[in-house]
Design a binder for this molecule. Structure first.
Ligand SMILES: [Zn+2]
Length: 303
């Protein structure tokens, strides 16, 4: 694995804890990560990945005796928020409206409903700390929001920036890939030194965002070329062309494979997992080029 993909050793307790800025604690288990803020008024807890679960409360108790006073959902996905029920019942729970709607529809007792719902922005003022949430429009999921501590220069953006690693499969299974690419770039408009990405091994930096912007630009350009460069005759030679889905699958798989053959040598020493998830990332990029960006390749000729 490239050095850039490495993070702190995980102690036997099952989690690593690091004060990345004044009163802001990063907690990670080697795969998932989140943060909590200790202000002079109390603790603001963001997300609760089930893999960390009660270790979050144990970690909080090692640094403060103050109560948890607010809880924030980055988005609704259970791998990041499926243990939100560990937090006290009565505290305000912040979420974007799209997140709040999904929480209501799903009715999961481990992801209790939001009590403070925002459409664009929300701010938590807690003594010496301020936390600002902003929704940039659909991206990884609908509702997934920026969470910024301007005073401490910490930015949290979950399932979008993967410090030291390529994005998870199919561009992090994004609901809207153009939004996913856009918020990656928008992260750079924030003033921050430390980034909490929700994955993988370590906290991130501005440099990690620049590298991911570069990876996504390379992925897009390379996949876009492959959309029209794929040898259709060779690809279809062993396909039953009466089977419409077989034709599409062969074409899309060939596009992703061709892009991957070019991309992996360029990225395998720069980002962790480039050899694993570049193929499904190219597949997802091909589909967003075709369906969102109207770059349809050989199937897009208007008669
Ligand atoms: Zn997610």
């Amino acid at each position: 694995m490239p050095d850039i993909a490495q993070g702190p050793q995980i102690p036997d307790a099952g989690y690593a804890l690091e004060e990345i800025a004044d009163g802001i604690f990063w907690i990670g288990d080697g795969s998932y990560q989140t943060m909590f803020v200790v202000s002079d008024e109390g603790v603001i807890a963001v997300d609760a990945p089930p893999t960390l679960g009660h270790n979050i409360l144990r970690a909080i108790s090692t640094v403060t005796r103050k109560p948890i006073t607010e809880v924030v959902y980055s988005h609704h996905h259970s791998d990041h928020c499926g243990a939100m029920s560990i937090y006290p019942e009565g505290v305000p729970r912040y979420a974007h409206r799209a997140t709040a709607q999904r929480l209501e529809l799903l009715g999961d007792p481990h992801r209790p409903r939001a009590t403070h719902v925002f459409d664009h922005t929300a701010t938590i003022e807690a003594g010496d700390h301020t936390l600002e949430m902003r929704y940039p429009g659909p991206n990884h999921s609908e509702g997934n929001s920026f969470i910024h501590a301007p005073g401490q220069r910490v930015l949290m953006l979950v399932d979008v920036i993967f410090p030291g690693w390529v994005p998870f499969s199919n561009l992090a299974l994004s609901a809207f890939v153009p939004g996913f690419v856009s918020v990656t770039e928008q992260a750079l408009s924030y003033d921050f030194e430390h980034l909490v990405g929700g994955h993988v091994t370590r906290p991130g930096t501005r440099h990690d965002v620049h590298v991911q912007v570069e990876y996504l630009a390379d992925l897009k350009a390379t996949t876009e070329s492959a959309l029209s460069a794929v040898d259709l005759a060779a690809t279809m030679s062993s396909i039953d062309t009466g089977n419409n889905w077989a034709v599409f699958r062969a074409y899309l798989d060939a596009v992703a494979a061709q892009a991957t053959d070019e991309l992996v040598p360029r990225w395998k020493d720069r980002l962790g997992g480039a050899d694993v998830f570049t193929l499904p990332n190219a597949w997802a990029m091909a589909e967003t080029l075709r369906l969102d960006l109207n770059s349809l390749g050989p199937f897009g000729t208007v008669p």
